[in-house]
Design a protein around this ligand. Structure first.
Ligand SMILES: Nc1ncnc2c1ncn2[C@@H]1O[C@H](COP(=O)(O)OP(=O)(O)OP(=O)(O)O)[C@@H](O)[C@H]1O
Length: 240
């Protein structure tokens, strides 16, 4: 693994039910940058993220995370993972959830204030999670993922349901975190978020169509926007 790589995936195959969901997938996720994992619904994005976090049973291949096999106990406090469906307690307030997870993760108590501010949830600390809006709920999950200053952040569609202003703020936060050296792996199925990433993994049917920078993808496909680039790659693959 190169010293700047946070994650190295080699020849990963995953079967879910009787379906081969990931087919010999290989990629590298660098530290200090935002890698976007983009592709249509059902292409295997969540399955890849679960494999990186170490909660997915894999058929074959290797996933090395921060120098250790994915799922190693020592990685637990070094990775922040926000799933698509919020994994916080509905009957607790935002602050109670964050204080609980900070204790579980052995993160300093002062982290609670920091992450609330980072995700823009100031003023909601005493609110019950069950009464939050969808966007506030997903930001609460993101806040949990930020506790303890993880070296790798794995975020599954973190901006779904957010208004454009909040989406913009979160992408700026991702940038700040990357500048601090954090590796971010962020999935999305909306191509307009692709331009925000330094590297893009474009996925379709459990395989990568591309693993490159946005500008390299545009020039390789001779297109001016990333949605067109994606379509062009799909067509080239189908014609092959
Ligand atoms: N337990 C399971 N049994 C069978 N198939 C499954 C199982 N879990 C997931 N799948 C299938 O695996 C495929 C990949 O699912 P995955 O959640 O990784 O896709 P995704 O790209 O994250 O989709 P989305 O953008 O809609 O969240 C899908 O076709 C899904 O139906």
């Amino acid at each position: 693994m190169t010293s700047s790589a946070a994650v190295e995936v080699t020849g990963l195959r995953v079967r879910r039910g009787n379906r081969l969901v990931l087919r010999d997938v290989s990629c590298t996720i660098p530290r200090g940058s935002v890698t976007g994992l983009l592709g249509p619904s059902g292409c295997g994005k969540t399955t890849l993220l679960r494999s990186v976090v170490g909660v997915q049973i894999v058929e074959s291949g290797e996933v090395t995370v921060l120098g250790a096999p994915a799922g190693s106990p020592g990685l637990r406090n070094r990775i922040g993972y926000a799933t698509q469906s919020p994994s916080v307690y509905a009957d607790l307030t935002v602050g109670q959830n964050l204080r609980y997870f900070a204790a579980v993760l052995r993160a300093p108590r002062s982290d609670v204030r920091r992450v609330i501010d980072e995700v823009g949830l100031g003023g909601h600390e005493e609110q019950l999670v069950s009464s939050l809006s969808g966007g506030e709920l997903s930001r609460t999950s993101l806040a949990v993922a930020l506790l303890g200053k993880p070296e790798l952040l794995v975020l599954d569609e973190p901006t779904v349901g957010l208004d454009p202003l909040l989406r913009d703020e979160l992408w700026m936060l991702f940038r700040v975190l990357a500048d601090r050296g954090v590796a971010l792996l962020v999935s999305s199925h909306v191509m307009d978020e692709a331009a925000r990433c330094e590297r893009l993994l474009l996925m379709r049917d459990g395989a990568f169509l591309a693993d490159d920078t946005p500008s390299a993808l545009l020039s390789a496909t001779d297109t001016s926007d990333l949605e067109q680039a994606f379509l062009s790659l799909v067509r080239a693959k189908e014609a092959a």
